[in-house]
Design a protein around this ligand. Structure first.
Ligand SMILES: N#Cc1ccccc1-c1cc(NCCCN2CCCCC2)c2ccccc2n1
Length: 158
């Protein structure tokens, strides 16, 4: 349970079984290793209904095991409440961004900052591509990008 006056971040991708659970797990481990995880509410969600109720993709689970990052999640779709209860909603590509901005317009008083996670990348790789039709190397790329971006995002929110 996050402490009062805490910070909150929701990671979002198309299906919530590939990119966003990896980002959530990487950020949670980073915050825990920095001793600040109790200050954060951390979650992930999907723009679509494709995979609701499913665990993370097996290729992503294997990637997380290779890097000793715990990952446990059940895919859910983003809700109207998310747009007022999370400070940040960080997504992976332009399709996610336009879907989220459209959904935010249907919420009375959306307050979440909706951004590309890649906008925090020191290597300026803005888009985290969907690895669904890819292979292990594509999940490794997602992991490396999430590592860089989550580190920079955490440092920007001490
Ligand atoms: N769509 C697309 C797409 C386009 C380019 C690259 C990847 C994908 C792609 C496709 C997926 N599921 C297959 C299609 C699902 N059905 C689409 C029609 C409605 C009923 C559901 C994914 C599932 C989970 C996470 C990411 C996914 N990403």
């Amino acid at each position: 349970m996050a402490a009062p006056g805490s910070k909150s971040v929701l990671f979002v991708c198309l299906g919530n079984i590939c990119r966003s659970p990896i980002a959530e797990a990487v950020f949670r481990k980073m915050a825990a290793d920095s001793g600040v995880v109790d200050q954060w509410r951390i979650d992930s969600a999907a723009t679509s209904t494709y995979e609701i109720g499913n665990p993370p993709d097996h290729r992503g689970q294997a990637c997380m095991k290779r890097h000793n990052v715990p990952m446990r999640h059940v895919a859910r779709q983003v809700t109207k409440d998310d747009f007022t209860s999370f400070s940040y909603i960080l997504c992976m590509d332009d399709s996610n961004l336009s879907d989220l901005n459209r959904k935010a317009k249907q919420v009375k008083n959306s307050t979440a900052k909706i951004e590309l996670l890649g906008s925090y990348d020191p290597e300026k790789e803005l888009i985290i591509k969907d690895p669904y039709y890819g292979g292990d190397e594509d999940f490794e790329k997602v992991y490396e990008q999430c590592l860089r971006c989550c580190k920079a995002f955490l440092e920007a929110n001490p």
